[in-house]
Design a protein around this ligand. Sequence first.
Ligand code: SAH
Ligand code: SF4
Ligand code: F3S
Length: 470
Amino acid sequence: MNLPNLAVAADRKKTLVKERKLDMEIKPIYKGKKYFLRTYGCQMNVHDSEEIKYYLESLGYEAVEELELADIVVLNTCAIRENAKDKVFGYLGRCKHLKKEKPDLIITVAGCLMQKPNEIEEIHNRHKYIDIVIGTHNLNELPNLIEEANNKKTQNIEVYSNSDVVFENVKYNRDSKISAWINIIYGCDKFCTYCIVPFTRGRERSRKMEEVLEEVSNLKEQGYMEITLLGQNVNAYGKDLDLGYDFATLLEEVAKIGIPRIRFVTSHPWNFTDKMIDVIAKYDNIMPYVHLPIQSGSDDILRKMNRKYTIDEYKKLFDQIKNKVKDVAITTDIIVGFPNETDEDFKKTLDIVNYCKYDGAYTFIFSPREGTAAARMEDKVSMEVKEKRLQELNNLVNKYSLESNQRLVGKVVEVLVNDISEKDNNKVYGYTDTMKLVNIVGGNELIGKIVQVKITDAKSFSLDGEISQE
Ligand code: SAH
Ligand code: SF4
Ligand code: F3S
C-alpha cells in the first residue's frame, strides 16, 4: 500500500531525473476474459489509457463495450473539476451494483483523481468493493496488481505522490492507426493557483530528444499520418534536462522526420518563444493551429491565477503568431468566476475574446480544488452570477467560432479523414489542418487519407463538405 500526500506532490526539489527502460514480460494468463475501460479527462489520460490497454490486452483480456460483460473494469479518472469527480463516483455506483452479481469482477480506478488523499480516504473507508487503486506515476505496476487482485481479494492502493522517473520503452495499444499521441514532457511546475495538475502529475520531466525522435520515426514507418506532441506545457520541454535543446529544437527535428501532420498541446502563453513561432511557420507539416489558453482577460485575475503574463503580453504573442503563421487558427481556455472576479474583470474577458475572435474556446466555471491556493481564497461571487457569466461568454465565443467556420464555406481545404461518422454511415469525418471538424460524404476508402474537401456548410462546432472535383 502506498498513499498519496499533497505536500510531497507539491515538492519541486530538483533531483536528477532517472530514465528507466521498461522491460516487461506479460503472459496472456487471462485469455478469454473481458475488460471494460472508461477514460475521463484530457489527451494525456486518453494516451495513458492506451498504455493501460497494452497491459490488459497483453494479459489476454479482450475489450468489451458493455460494462455488464466485463471481468475487469478500469476507470481512468480526472480531477480537474468537481464534476469530473462526480461522474466517476456516479459510475462506480454501477460497478458496485454489478459486483453484487459478479463477485469476481475486478474494479480498478486509475488516473489523476487517485492522486488526491481525500478521494483515497473515501475509497478506503467507503468503497471497499474497489480492488485496485493506481496513480499516474506507476501504470507499469498494473499487470502485477491485476494478478494479485485475481489471487486475493483485498483492496490494494498503490499511489505515489510524485516522480523523478521517466519511463522509456513504454508500450501502447493505440486507439488509432492514423493519428498518434506522443508524450514529450510529464508533469507541470507552473502551479496556476486554481489547478490540481501539478499535484496529480508531479514535477516536470522531459523525455530525451533522441527517444522522442525514435518514437516518431517508428510511427512514421508504421504509416501514421499525424502525431500530437503532448505535455501540460510543451514550452517547458527540455528545461529540466539542460542538454542544450528546447521545444523549438525538438519541434524542428520532429518536422524533419516528415510525418505529414504534426500537432502539439498545450502551450502556455508564458515562455512561448519567437523561435517556436518561426519553426511553426517554417514547416508545412507543422499544423497552423495553436491552443493558447488565456484563462481571463483581467490582469488582476491573471496575477491571482499565477499565470505569469499580462493581457498586453498575451496580445503581443497572439498578434505575432497570427502575423507569422499563415492562416493559423487559435483556440483557448477560459475560466469564469475565479474567486472575487468582478463584473469589470469579466467584462475584460469579453473584451479579449472580442479582440482575439478565437476559432474556438473551452469555457469553465471555476471549481475549487482542495490543496490549491485558489481553493483557500474567500469568494463572494454567487454561483448564479457565475452561471450567467458563463452563458454570456459562451454566446460570444460561439459567435466567433461560427464566423471563423463560415469563412471556409466555398473554399477547398485539406482534411485528414479519421473514420466513418457515428451519426451517418454515408459520411466520414476528419480534421482540417487548423483542427476544424469536417463531415464529408464518402466511405471507407477515404479513411487515413488527406483529401481535398470543398466546404459546403458551417456550424459553430463543425463543417460539412464534399470531396473536391477541382
Ligand atoms: N496545461 C494546460 C491546462 C490543462 S487543464 C494549460 O495550462 O493550458 C485544462 C483547462 O481546464 C485549463 O486551461 C483551465 O481553463 C481549466 N481548469 C483547470 N483547473 C480548473 C479549475 N479548478 N476550475 C475550472 N477550470 C479549470
Ligand atoms: Fe494547470 Fe497551469 Fe500547469 Fe496548465 S500550466 S497544467 S493550468 S498548473
Ligand atoms: Fe484531468 Fe489529469 Fe488531464 S486532472 S485534465 S486527466 S492531467
